[in-house]
Structures are given as C-alpha cells and as structure tokens.
Write a protein that binds this ligand. Structure first.
Ligand SMILES: *[C@@H]1O[C@H](CO)[C@@H](O)[C@H](O)[C@H]1NC(C)=O
Ligand SMILES: *[C@@H]1O[C@H](CO)[C@@H](O)[C@H](O)[C@H]1NC(C)=O
Length: 733
C-alpha cells in the first residue's frame, strides 16, 4: 500500500484525522520535530524523552532488533557530529542515515517510533536526522499519510540565496518591523550576473519544483532496498527513466518560452561551459562550492596538492564516470549485461528496459554494481566541483549533491539529459511502433477545443522563520515570524474538450494528453521524430468509449498536479491533511507564454485499455510529473520510441495548435522578458527619442562653450545618454 492508496486515503484523511484525536496529537508531535531543524532541539518534551528513553533497553520494541543494533554500534563508534554538513552522497553519512532510518522504520508502535525520534533529534546530527526521519515518515504504515512540512520552510538555507537569509538574521537581531513582516526574495542573477541562463532561475530555483524533486527522492531513495523493507513498487527502474525524461522535457518547454534552445550537452574530456555560483551558505556558515565557467574536469582539479587515492570516495571520479558510461553503452549495443559471475542477461526482453534502468539508477536491484557502478553519483560529484574532504566528516557537498539544491545547477539538466540519451540509445534499438500498436479501430479524435491558455506571475509568501537561531525560551513558542515573497509562475484555470467519434461501444480506453513544442527557439519547425522527447504528459485517464459522439471535458483543476503546499504554521494550526500525493506543482503545468503568444502542440491519443499485470503486492505510483499509471503501455507511449511517420498519424491521435499568452508584468527584476514585451516598451520610448533628438540637434547648432545654454545642453546630454537608447554617430562632443 503506498502511492495509489495514498491518493485515496488523502481525500478522506481530513475527516479521518478530525475523528481521531490521538492521530491528530501524533501529527502535532511529528511536526514539532521539524522546528528550527538546524539547531539541536531545546523543546522540553524532546529533551525529557532524550534523557529518559534508552533504545538498547527497549530493543524488543522493534521488529528487527538486528538493524537497531547495527545503528547502536555506529552510534557507539561515533557519528557525524552536530552542526556538520550532511551529504547523502558521502558513504559515511548515508550509512548513518540509513541505519537510523531503520530504527525509525522498524519501531513496532508509534510511541516507540516517536521516542526514538525525540532521542535522535537531540543526539544525532540534524541533517542525518532530517533525512532518516522524513523517509521513515513516508514509509511507515502509521505515518505515511502525515504530510511533511514543506522542506523550503524546514530548511530555508537550501532554497534561498545568502542575502535573503542574511536579511532574516538582521531582522531577528535588530527587531522585526512588524509581526507578519515580509520582503522580496530574488532569484539568482538579479545581483551576480554569471551566465545568461540565470534568466531561467525562476524555474530552476522555484521552491515548489525543488520540493517536488526532494520529495520524489524521499519516496524512492536510490539506495533503498525495497525487498528488504517490504516496500514494493512496480517497475522501479522504468519509473526512474520516465520521471527524469519528463522533467527534462518540461524544462525544455520553459527554455523555449525564454528564447533558449536545447539544454546544453558536454563531453567530460572537454571544458564545461556553464559555471554555477550558488550564492548560498550551509547553516553552519560554510559556503556552497562553486564551479567556474569552462571548468575542466579532466585535470583532476581537486587533486592538486592532494593525495590521489586516499581522500574521500571520489578521487577517481573522472575515470569512474568514463568507465561506467562506456560499459553501460556497450551493454546497450551488445544487448546484454554481465552479472558478477560472468553470465549474460539479455536486455531486449519484456523486462529488459527495467533491468537497464536499475543499473543506471544504481539501486540495490541493479545487476553487478561493481562493474556498472554508480554513474550518476560520480557524475554529480564531478560536475558539482567540490573539494576533497580532509576527513569523512568535513565534507562540503556541492549543490548537485543535495536533492534540495540539485535543480539550481545548470549542470543538473545537462547531466540528466545525458542520462535520457543513454536510455534512448536503447529505445532506438527497438523498432518503431507499428500501426496496429498505435491504432484504435473505430475510434477517431475529431478535435480538441481548448480554453485560452494564460500564464502570469504572482506573489507567493514563504515562512522562513526557521532560518534564524533562537534561544531556549524562543524555541518553546512560535513567536518569531518572517516571510519572504517570491514571484512564481502561474496560469489561469482552463478546460479542454476532446471530441471523439466512435463506432465501438462500451470499450474501456485510455486517453493520454501531452503538451509539446512546435517551433524551436529560432522559429524553425521541429520534425516530430526529433521533437518526440519534448512532449510532457499532463493528463492520462480511463474512459468508457460509447458509440457515436463522445465529448470528453477535462479541467486543469482536476489534474493530478499539486496545489501550493500549505505552510508549516498553517499545518500546525489547522492540522489538516488534504493534499494530493506528490506531483509536479500545478503552477507550472503550463510553460510560460509570451505577450503575443507562444505556440505549443497539444496532442491526444486514445487507445484501448491494456490492464496492468501486477506482481503480488506491487504498488503503482505516480509516474512522470503528474499522471497515474493506468495501463500496461510503456511509460511515455507513443513518444518513447523513434517514430515511423508513415504509420504514426492514426485517427485516434490528434495534434492541436494551442497558444499560451503571458499576461501582466513578466519581469523578474529584469531577468526574463519576452521580445514582444520589450518591443512594446521601446515603441513608447522611441517617440520621445525622436523629440529629444530634434531638440538636441537644435541646441547643438547654437552650442558655444561659454554660452548659457551649455548647462541645459549638458543636462540634456546626460538624460539622453542615460535613456538607454542607441547613441547615434551625429551626437558627439
Ligand atoms: C530583491 O530585489 C529588489 C529589487 O532590486 C530589492 O529591492 C530587494 O532588496 C532585493 N531583495 C533582497 C533580499 O536583497
Ligand atoms: C465533434 O466532431 C463531429 C465530427 O466532426 C462534429 O459533427 C461535432 O459537431 C463535433 N462536436 C463538437 C461539440 O464540437
């Protein structure tokens, strides 16, 4: 029971919680564990339990005492100290977090779980604790419906630039201007101009998208042995592929709206164009590592003056990445992978794609991880460009080495695009879908009628009170409040009607709806076979096809995409849990439009329902950005394989041009403006420009160095110069 159940349970958990006061109090207790996470707790109830509860004496209260003992062994040996930076991509850290997770997970009763958590909140490093606790909450049968507080409020350090955090500190020290004070938090690029791609930081730094990515990785941590823990999921590897494929596609749509083209690609042997300056600091004050533009990975930058092999687990990251990638790509072309004992396992089989995806994710189900390695983990380290730690406990993870901050680095998108290219190497070795696989005899999509699609930016307030340090008294209450305000993309609700005629009656079918680009950033048509991976699936549902006309109406509000998350304090006050399961933020359902309209394709395909054949106990999760897996078609169907254009255009599929218009001021402190909006602004300017130019040339004729009009001339000149216009040759001193 997990994700699919979750969607059902969450709908009724408001009432369930209201009826069940005990559960409500438990939830309140759980939320308290997240307060001022970067400090050791001084909440009295935590400290009391931490001092009185002893895990060893209660070992019979855990279903698997052996796992608990493993943790205690580590604890006695010494864990990552308080206030050090936790990095889950560092073995020593992850080992501790995974061990602590098992203590939480295997606690029989909620009471034991809670006491263990209070004990750990007081005694264990905050990062280790937060990670282990969050995953345990997501997976325990008695807590999985408890919605976690938004991570950007729990840990603002990982979501806001330093000047924002600094300002919060200033107000804490100097006194707040008002009880509900808020100020504007800007995205990167408004201060430090590092690369034009910073114009996309409203997307790559969006708190909702980053939180979605973080929670996705809590649901399905790549290291988690789902068999050992009994948390089964259906085709884990394939879901992994689809999640990233869709995320990358969605980013590409946003790039097009901002006049950027394809996500960049790179070679490890060559310099890496896009640098990254996070402008962020860890709660202990250490800055996030930076990567300059044109970084060279092959010079082993971080080994200069360091020993080559003994510091940390990544000294050979450059070679490891190249080796793993080579082996995986060989396997794809050979058609099999090699097990530890040298046997061949074919990958062009019904489950073969999943086998390959397990290897690329490097999860515990992956075959021969010694040989195929942890490609993405090493690549994150290499591209993240951090230092060799002096000891395992003095690590400074790069932005790419935390899930909260990964998306901020342009390197992330390039790296995962490369991952999709590996997967597609496999898919292009499969034959394109045949006519009978695409076709639904008797069913024809006549058209799609879509409401006007309108995007805009609006303000969103975020409570960052947890970013400040409080004393023991302040810790007991919730008295310090500081909010930041951010411009975030949004769109007006819309509906679309799919007009289907059918000669078949009472046939269960599945409808898929995609949004994809039509033109590239230069206005050139993108051939479908080159475009297919840019389609984002926004809707998928089952529908009983009736003979005759079927007018299917869908509303953007009903899609699985998530509403804004409720803030930490609202959760605490209202104790309501009524959110949908984790999906991409609804605000970003549509890519940003342009003032004069940006064309996209909407594509619909209707196919007969193909039931899922599930293994016993398997769970069907949300896949991609916000759709449920309903049937047994490959994820991404029909765009996942290369396209045979002679058979692709079936009657049961339909491409519709749609226009997304952007309304209002689309300026985020000068970072992102569409050309047509700029042109409109210039049009107004150029009228006054002509008038000023005329006056200028008149003055110029009468200009003499000592004349009284000289001051007037200077003033006009300065005004002219600062008016941001092109300076014509004829106006010179
Ligand atoms: C964000 O930018 C605005 C406009 O430039 C500025 O007034 C504000 O102080 C900035 N916010 C912070 C936290 O620096
Ligand atoms: C659906 O398409 C059919 C066939 O083109 C047409 O007759 C009908 O009017 C359409 N219905 C709507 C509501 O557009």
């Amino acid at each position: 029971m997990k994700l699919v159940l979750l969607s059902i349970i969450c709908i009724c958990c408001t009432c369930a919680l209201a009826e069940d006061d005990a559960k409500l109090l438990q939830y309140k207790d759980v939320l308290d564990l997240f307060k001022y996470m970067h400090q050791r707790t001084s909440l009295k109830k935590h400290v009391d339990i931490a001092n009185s509860f002893n895990i060893k004496e209660n070992i019979d209260k855990y279903t698997h005492p052996e796992f608990v003992n493993e943790f205690l062994k580590l604890y006695d040996h010494g864990l990552l100290p308080m206030d050090e930076i936790y990095g889950l991509f560092y073995d020593a850290h992850l080992e501790e977090a995974a061990a602590l997770f098992k203590v939480f997970y295997f606690a029989k009763e909620f009471d034991t779980f809670y006491k263990s958590a209070c004990w750990a909140r007081y005694n264990v490093n905050q990062g280790v604790f937060l990670y282990a606790l969050s995953i345990a909450l997501q997976n325990r049968a008695d807590t999985f419906e408890m919605v976690l507080p938004p991570i950007y409020e729990v840990n603002p350090y990982y979501f806001f630039n330093n000047e924002v955090i600094q300002k919060a500190h200033r107000y804490k020290q100097m006194g707040q201007p008002g009880p509900e004070y808020h100020f504007q938090a800007n995205y990167s690029g408004w201060y430090m101009n590092v690369h034009p791609e910073q114009a996309l930081s409203y997307f790559t730094e969006d708190v909702g998208i980053a939180a979605y990515y973080y929670f996705y990785n809590l649901y399905r941590p790549c290291w988690m042995n789902i068999e050992e823990l009994g948390v089964n999921t259906y085709k884990r590897g394939e879901q992994y592929y689809y999640f990233y494929q869709q995320l990358i596609a969605r980013f590409y749509l946003e790039r097009l709206s901002n006049h950027f083209g394809e996500i960049g690609s790179y070679d490890y042997e060559d310099a890496f164009e896009t640098g990254y300056f996070p402008s962020m600091t860890y709660p202990n004050g250490v800055p996030f590592p930076q990567r300059p533009n044109w970084a060279k990975f092959f010079t082993n930058y971080y080994n200069h003056g360091q020993s080559f092999s003994t510091k940390g687990q990544y000294p050979y990251a450059y070679y490891s990445v190249m080796d793993y990638e080579r082996r995986i790509r060989d396997a794809i072309d050979l058609g099999f992978v090699i097990t530890e004992d040298g046997k061949q396992v074919g990958i062009y089989t019904p489950d073969g794609f999943n086998t390959l995806a397990d290897i690329l994710e490097a999860n515990p189900q992956a075959i021969n991880s010694q040989y195929y390695g942890h490609l993405l983990v090493f690549a994150r380290h290499l591209i993240g460009y951090t230092f060799q730690p002096l000891t395992p406990y003095k690590t400074v993870p790069s932005a790419l080495e935390n899930f909260e901050t990964s998306l901020r680095d342009p390197g992330f998108w390039q790296l995962y695009k490369r991952l999709i290219i590996h997967f597609q190497k496999y898919k292009t070795n499969l034959s394109p879908y045949k006519h009978e696989e695409l076709h639904f005899p008797g069913v024809k999509v006549e058209g799609i009628v879509v409401d006007p699609l309108v995007t805009f930016f609006d303000n969103f307030d975020i409570d960052i009170s947890n970013a400040v340090y409080v004393n023991d008294d302040e810790f007991q209450g919730n008295d310090f409040n500081i909010h930041v305000r951010q411009f975030r993309l949004n769109h007006k609700p819309f509906s679309y009607k799919i007009n289907v005629t059918s000669t078949v009656d009472k046939v269960e079918s599945v409808v898929r709806v995609f949004i994809g680009p039509k033109w590239d950033e230069y206005g050139r048509f993108i051939e479908l076979d080159e475009n297919r991976l840019n389609f984002v699936e926004i809707d998928r549902f089952r529908y009983m096809m009736a003979s005759g006309n079927n007018l299917i109406t869908r509303n953007s509000e009903d899609l699985l995409f998530n509403d804004d998350r409720v803030s930490f304090k609202q959760m605490y006050d209202k104790l309501q849990v009524a959110e949908k399961p984790h999906a991409f933020p609804k605000r970003f359902l549509l890519p940003k439009g342009r003032a004069s309209g940006q064309t996209f394709y909407m594509y619909v395909i209707v196919n007969p329902y193909k039931p899922l054949v599930l293994e016993k106990g398997a769970v069907v999760p949300i896949v991609g950005l916000g759709v449920e897996r309903h049937d047994d078609f490959a994820l991404g169907f029909p765009f996942d394989r290369s396209i045979d254009k002679t058979v692709f255009y079936v009657d049961n599929g339909y491409f519709q041009n749609v226009m997304v218009n952007h309304e209002g001021d689309d300026t985020i402190y000068g970072l992102t403006r569409s050309y047509d909006q700029l042109a409109a602004a210039d049009c107004v300017k150029s009228q006054s420009y002509e008038a000023e130019k005329a006056q200028m040339s008149k003055l110029k004729l009468s200009y003499e160095p000592s004349s009284s009009s000289s001051a007037e001339f200077d003033e006009l000149y300065l005004k002219f110069r600062s008016s941001n216009l092109y300076m014509p040759q004829s106006v010179r001193f």
